[in-house]
Design a protein around this ligand. Sequence first.
Ligand SMILES: [Zn+2]
Length: 152
Amino acid sequence: MAKQRYEGSCHCGQIRFVVEGDLDTATLCNCSICTKKGFIHLIVPPEAFQLLSGQTELATYSFNTHVAKHHFCRVCGMHPFYIPRSDPDKIDVNVRCLDGIPLENYQFPTFNGRDWEQAIEGKVSWRDESRPSRDSDPIPIAKMTQKTLKRD
Ligand SMILES: [Zn+2]
């Protein structure tokens, strides 16, 4: 598959966004929070993402190292995207929140987030090279509204 453009939202629709990414790079994760959330990760650079609406409805949960920013909709509780600990200079979009994806047709590989420190040193599907970007500052929400993708 190749990069495609998708629109997505939380459940109540306050938070809407557009993203450009390749679903072949998407992964599940077996760590404590992703298991409970059922998050399917599509990690993209900030220029491949634009928050269209709902900036003021976003709440943020963080724990442990507090690098990851687990954004969620304060109205409906969905987690449509967040800033991942592995790549705080990127945006991790929940494939479950994209419009019109027939998820039953996909099989996503699992990232071994339960042993995060070891797993992140290996080859991961969302990076071309092994250079870790995890020392970057997390992308602030305000930056996500910048128009980086051309609207149709
Ligand atoms: Zn919502």
